[in-house]
Ligand binder design. Structure first.
Ligand code: KG4
Length: 339
């Protein structure tokens, strides 16, 4: 079964062709990072317009690289939330037109469910159930993945997402946008104990997280050192910050994994590329005898392949979108909205 998969929830337009859920035949991506770098963050209206410009050509490219024709497409999968509403609408409308014109089913896919599915591509043997830490620019979630399409949210950030935090701190450090990758590279060789960072807990909700205090403390540290004319040890600052983020995410994930008892832990989303989080999660899982799943780096960020993969399992479960399918900025991972 060939699925044409569309992703446009943020600042990457992506179209992929995926065969039988796990075989990626093509994964064409147009990044808008260069454009948003000028403003130090994603400008939603610009993102929508750039998606409109890129999407048609990318779909043609994805088909060409996959070596199949339009007539061979069996279904069209698309991210319909959560994300930037204008950006999502571009993908949803393109997918609806394509599915209608080709006379094939339309499959709506939850963006974070797509990130989780990146693990199925990297690990062909992986099957649910497992516990998954989902960390991206807009989401920090701990999810009980009971089956390919039955999931429950166990914990979430009450304020900023982990990726957003990396991006905001990196912007003030002046090391570029998006900041997670540059912060990760800067942290290499730094002393991660040099700068004490706060670790917030949410009263009565041990699996929930809060990053805004950490972000503010890190920004204050940068500003104070500038005001006092003191040189900030940037690698050690980045390493201390990265450790604080990981120390927030990994113990909570392990607590959830212990409660679930599946013995399998995965990570997903753009922040899953972080070397400290990957190493800490791996060590924590090895210590408990759990199997750990770390998606291939190129599949951590937004891509179309993950949407095609999750779209396949949604298709098998009977999920279909109508021609009136809408996009949603917010969406529960356990109960995506369907018409
Ligand atoms: O999943 P993604 O591509 O887009 C969303 O769905 O949000 O995630 C993007 C986020 C950005 O905040 C970026 O800074 C972060 O992932 N990121 C990282 C790393 N690489 C990307 N954060 C920490 N360490 C990294 N190596």
């Amino acid at each position: 079964m060939y699925i044409l998969a569309i992703e446009s929830s943020c600042d990457e337009t992506a179209v992929a062709v995926v065969e039988d859920g796990r075989y990626v035949l093509s994964d064409a991506i147009a990044s808008q990072i260069e454009m948003h770098t000028i403003y130090g963050g994603v400008v939603p209206e610009i993102a929508s317009r750039k998606h409109v410009e890129a999407i048609y050509g990318l779909a043609d490219r994805a088909l060409q690289e996959a070596g199949i024709t339009r007539a061979q497409i069996d279904a069209v999968a698309v991210t319909y939330g959560p994300g930037l509403i204008g950006a999502l609408l571009v993908g949803v409308n393109f997918a609806k037109s394509a599915a209608y014109a080709l006379g094939v089913p339309l499959i709506p896919v939850h963006h974070v469910r797509g990130h989780i599915a990146a693990n199925y591509i990297t690990y062909p043997e992986l099957e649910p159930p497992f516990c998954c830490l989902c960390v991206s620019g807009g989401n920090s979630l701990i999810v009980d993945v009971r089956s390919y399409t039955e999931m429950e949210l166990l914990g979430a950030s009450r304020d900023d997402a982990a990726g957003e935090c990396f991006d905001k701190v990196a912007r003030v450090l002046g090391i570029g946008y998006p900041g997670g990758g540059p912060m990760d590279r800067l942290a290499q060789g730094g002393d991660n104990h040099k700068y004490p960072m706060p670790h917030a807990k949410v009263d009565g909700a041990p699996l929930d997280m809060s990053f805004s205090g950490l972000k503010t403390a890190a920004l204050n540290l940068i500003h104070n050192s500038q005001q006092k004319g003191e040189a900030l040890d940037r690698p050690s600052f980045a390493a201390s910050f990265g450790r604080a983020v990981s120390d927030t995410l990994v113990p909570r994930t392990m607590l959830a994994a212990e409660q679930l008892g599946y013995g399998k832990v995965a990570v997903a989303g753009g922040v899953a590329a972080n070397s400290r989080i990957r190493a800490d999660l791996q060590a924590a899982c090895e210590q408990r005898g759990y199997q750990v799943y770390l998606p291939e780096l190129k599949l951590c960020g937004d891509n179309g392949a993950m949407i095609g993969c999750q779209g396949y399992y949604e298709y098998l479960a009977g999920t279909r979108g109508g021609w009136d399918l809408n996009a949603y900025a917010n969406m529960d991972i356990g109960h995506p909205r369907l018409l």
